[in-house]
Each structure stands twice: as structure tokens, then as C-alpha cells.
Write a protein that binds this ligand. Structure first.
Ligand SMILES: [Zn+2]
Length: 345
């Protein structure tokens, strides 16, 4: 599982440009499913079993990234962001521009602090001040490398293994969920009904893939596997989140103060019972901000009772996200045992 996580995190797929990641996930899912298809938006949908209940499990495969907006005369690349960023954290990162001619490496630069006035230095850098340097001599040179408006850009950051089960890299949000999705299909046998494992597109930009796939599948139960905030590190108060990385997957009750998913209470009771019965560590969470695919699945069609399980992650939405492999393993166990036990309605 560690190798698959690394393979998926190191693959590139910003929202709307998920093809490379989709290919890997489709190949993996086809080993453990009865049927795998890609829908019109690019969602990868794997099916296993038949009859009722119909359960849809979703994990998004897109990652936050950038898109080329403008190439200036000097050959610098200007970009827009795709997904939620803390803007000052973009400066100083190494990125990959995905062009028709292949990958081009660049770095995100800005005006040096040495030249800044006192006031300027005190305020955080804004994304509009940031540009990408690919080592081009001028615009024509940059274009000769294959770079053009609309090219997708992602962080150039290889996943590394840390002690105690921790890993760090880009796109752990939500390739950690994608790995769990693949692993649970691998371990699912002898259950009642149909399970659809869906790797969704464009979650980071408005939960779009989940909306169309849930509409197509019309499941009776929805489960989302995503990453969530991990506390227990500097800068996060205990009352802001109880969830800690390495202490188990997190069962969410409420997202974004109720504007996101309000999880179905019966589904959460079911998951907690399964965790108790099988000695699986889980944590509970109520969130005042942040949403998952569950928010849209829940209100698709005639309404789908949905819940969300998250892998607590540190430094979320940065090139140095951290999660713990054990939390992914326990999320897989939780969902597999829950489905074998049977949905509560
Ligand atoms: Zn996510």
C-alpha cells in the first residue's frame, strides 16, 4: 500500500487535468472490480457485486495546482491557482508545467526581500506577485519548451517516508483516500448489494465529479474518503480540532458549520459500532469549515444518506502534507467491516 500511495502522490493531476492519475487508479481498480468505466467528466467508476443496497464510496483524485495564464516578454510564466491555497506558501516551491511536449520544471519566484520597503516586507506575499521561472531567455524560448496558456501546473515534490508510519508529499489530499478506495475494493468479498468505488474529478473546485457520478449511480448510501485537518501540532488549538494524525480515521458529523455535509446519524452510529466491535481506532469531528464530496452527494437526486471518513493530515493544501499510513489502513478496515456487516437501513 505504501508503494501505491507514493505512486499516486507522485503522479500529477490538478483539478480538470486528472488523466494521468485516473489511468493509474483505473488499472488498479480493474484488478478488484467486476467493471470499471470512466464517465464523461473523467470520474473513474468501479462496480462490484449486484442488487441492493447500492453503496457509493467516493475519493477525489484531483489535487490543488495552477494553470498558465500569461507568458511575458522576458519568458516568465504567470498563473492562476486552482483550489484553495495559503498564498504566501506558494513562493519558493518547485513546480512542473505539463506541456504537450512534456514536463517543464520551474520555480515560483517573487521580488527579493532585500529590495522591499519595511511595510512591504511585513505583509504576506500575494499570488498576483508570484511568477514562474523556467530558465527561459524570453517568451519565444518559453514557448519553444512547449509552454502555452492553459497548461496545468502542479508541485514538483516526491513523496518521502518518515518514521512512525508518517509520510510527506504533495496531493496526499486526496490520494490517501484513493489508496483507501482501491484497497477496500481489494478486500471486499462476501457482502450484500453493490459497491461503487468512485475516484472523482474536480473536488477542489466545487465537488463537481461527485455530483454527476452520484446522479448516475443513485446510491442508497454514500461514503466519502477524504483527508481532513490534523491537530496536535503547533498553531492548532485543541478546541479547534481533536483529530490527530496516526490516531485513527475521523468520522465527521458536520462540515462547514452545516453548510457542508451533515452526516446521516444512523450511518455514523453504524460506523462507530463497527469500529468498537473490531477494535478499530476512530476519532470524531465536527467542522466549522471545509467540505468534501459528501456535501454534494447528500443532496443529489432525491437525497442520499451520506457520511464522511477522513484521514487526518498536517500541512494540508501544501507541497509538504503529512499523513499516517496506519490511518489509511484503519479507514479501509472500517469500511470493509461496515459493508460486510450491512448498512443500517
Ligand atoms: Zn480533499
Amino acid at each position: 500500500m505504501k508503494e501505491l500511495l507514493k505512486k499516486l502522490c507522485d503522479a500529477h493531476g490538478a483539478s480538470g487535468y486528472e488523466d494521468n492519475v485516473a489511468e493509474i487508479i483505473k488499472n488498479e481498480l480493474s484488478k478488484y472490480s467486476d467493471e470499471v468505466v470512466k464517465d464523461r467528466l473523467g470520474n473513474v467508476i468501479a462496480k462490484k457485486g449486484s442488487g441492493n443496497p447500492v453503496i457509493m464510496i467516493a475519493a477525489h483524485m484531483d489535487e490543488i495546482g495552477f494553470v498558465v495564464k500569461h507568458i511575458d516578454k522576458k519568458g516568465y510564466i504567470w498563473f492562476i491557482t486552482i483550489g484553495g491555497f495559503y498564498e504566501p506558501a506558494i513562493f519558493g516551491t518547485r513546480i512542473v508545467i505539463h506541456t504537450e511536449k512534456g514536463n517543464v520544471i520551474g520555480v515560483v519566484g517573487s521580488r527579493p526581500p532585500h529590495l522591499m520597503e519595511e511595510e512591504e516586507r511585513k505583509r504576506p506575499i500575494k499570488k498576483k506577485e508570484l511568477y514562474i521561472d523556467v530558465g527561459a531567455k524570453n517568451k519565444e524560448d518559453a514557448e519553444a519548451l512547449g509552454i502555452k496558456i492553459g497548461d496545468s501546473i502542479t508541485f514538483d515534490q516526491e513523496m518521502k517516508f518518515l518514521p512512525n508510519g508518517f509520510v510527506t508529499g504533495k496531493a496526499i489530499d486526496d490520494r490517501a483516500g484513493c489508496v483507501a478506495l482501491i484497497e477496500l475494493m481489494k478486500h471486499l468479498d462476501e457482502f450484500k448489494g453493490t459497491v461503487y468505488a468512485v475516484a472523482t474529478v474536480q473536488e477542489e473546485v466545487g465537488l463537481k465529479g461527485a455530483k454527476v457520478s452520484a446522479f448516475k449511480i443513485k446510491p442508497e448510501v454514500g461514503i466519502v474518503l477524504d483527508t481532513g485537518l490534523a491537530g496536535g501540532c503547533p498553531g492548532i488549538k485543541e478546541q479547534e480540532t481533536d483529530a490527530k494524525s496516526g490516531k485513527g480515521p475521523v468520522i465527521t458529523y458536520i462540515e462547514a458549520g452545516g453548510r457542508g455535509l451533515i452526516a446521516d446519524p444512523l450511518l455514523n452510529k453504524w460506523l462507530i459500532k463497527v469500529a468498537e466491535e473490531n477494535n478499530i481506532p476512530v476519532q470524531l469531528e465536527v467542522m466549522d469549515s471545509g467540505m468534501t464530496d459528501g456535501a454534494i452527494m447528500n443532496i443529489t437526486g432525491e437525497g442520499i444518506p451520506t457520511t464522511s471518513i477522513s484521514i487526518p493530515s498536517k500541512n494540508i493544501h501544501s507541497p509538504v502534507e503529512i499523513c499516517n499510513i496506519r490511518d489509511i489502513e484503519n479507514a479501509v478496515k472500517l469500511v470493509v467491516y461496515a459493508i460486510k456487516k450491512g448498512v443500517p437501513f
